[in-house]
Design a protein around this ligand. Structure first.
Ligand code: MN
Ligand code: MN
Length: 306
């Protein structure tokens, strides 16, 4: 029976590349066939990476009851298929807080508080002594540069920068920072995108002590292009909140050059968000200097308010 490898809903580059890099590694060392999969459409950023390094789009897998699965880039049931609890989880590779998924049998876990799941995968290749193919090395390098915002994110560690340098060498890429900037310019495109497209481009829901909180993030090289559309984004956030029975919807407009995020807030209780960041909202928004990471600088501060 095959094993499907996939990352979280609304797959980002770490989730897609992680499925590819883990499946390749496992196919070198295990008897079972590992198949890279995904839960949804790939982003423009991921398409850029796959095009550049000859990667294939993983198969779409929206239901996994009765299947064997291997998870990458999260371990929380809210971020996986509705029937994930009916699948057999063989392993988890991640760099987030531990989620709520449990298993009936022993499993393999590679979880570290570092910048990217693909850095963990890089260490797995080293540990198994498996050579990383040139194209997979290129994709892994790009996933790490994306997750660490070209090393600017506070989640980035020395392990990540070292991995990128070594992967760049294998991939034969000299100026990886230049290539990463090209990727972020592709990622920043907002022309023709609806408010809902933008709000859900990189969107996750969290269960905070019984209250559902949705947090989206747009990482851009210049967020001022979105200024004329902020009202429209807030209007759509209100709709998302009603449609999905959420307590709060947060959207982070992250400016990777100014190194901070403008936070847009729609909430049943804005004072919780003000307390989380020790700030005052002005017309449902506030600039948070130096805040680049949802997992390290947003969720750990919002969660205790619930
Ligand atoms: Mn991710
Ligand atoms: Mn990640």
């Amino acid at each position: 029976m095959s094993v499907y490898v996939f990352g979280h809903r609304n797959p980002d580059s770490d989730s897609i590349v992680g499925a590819i890099s883990i499946a390749y590694l496992k196919n070198q060392v295990e008897d079972e066939e590992y198949i890279p999969a995904r839960q949804g459409e790939i982003s423009a950023e991921t398409e850029f990476i796959l095009d550049k390094f000859d990667g294939e789009v993983p198969v779409l897998k929206t239901s996994v009851a009765g299947e064997k699965v291997f998870l990458v880039d999260d371990s929380d049931s809210l971020l996986f298929q509705d029937d994930i609890k009916e699948a057999t989880i063989l392993g988890i590779v991640d760099h987030h807080k531990l989620g709520d998924l449990t298993t009936n049998a022993p499993l393999e876990m590679w979880v570290r508080p570092i910048g990217c799941s693909n850095t963990v995968v890089y260490e797995m290749y080293r540990s198994y002594g498996v050579e990383i193919p040139k194209n997979i090395a290129g994709m892994m390098m790009m996933a790490i540069l994306s997750d660490t915002v070209i090393f600017k994110s506070p989640t980035c560690t020395k392990v990540d920068t070292k991995a990128v340098k070594e992967l760049a060498e294998i991939a034969g890429v000299e100026d990886y920072k230049k290539l990463a900037m090209e990727m972020f310019i592709v990622k920043s495109a907002v022309d023709g995108a609806s408010a809902r497209d933008l709000n859900t481009r990189d969107y996750k829901e969290f269960n905070m002590n019984g209250s559902k909180v949705g947090v989206g993030q747009l990482e851009m090289v210049d967020i001022t292009v979105l200024e004329p559309r902020e009202e429209e984004l807030l209007e759509d956030m209100k709709k998302m909140k009603e449609e999905n029975g959420l307590h709060t919807v947060l959207i982070l407009l992250t400016d990777i050059m100014k190194e901070g995020s403008k936070l847009l807030v729609v909430s049943d209780d804005e004072s919780k968000i003000e307390a989380a960041f020790n700030t005052k909202l002005e017309n449902h928004r506030v600039w948070l200097d130096k805040v680049l990471s949802r997992k390290k600088q947003v969720i750990p501060f919002v969660q205790p308010q619930f």
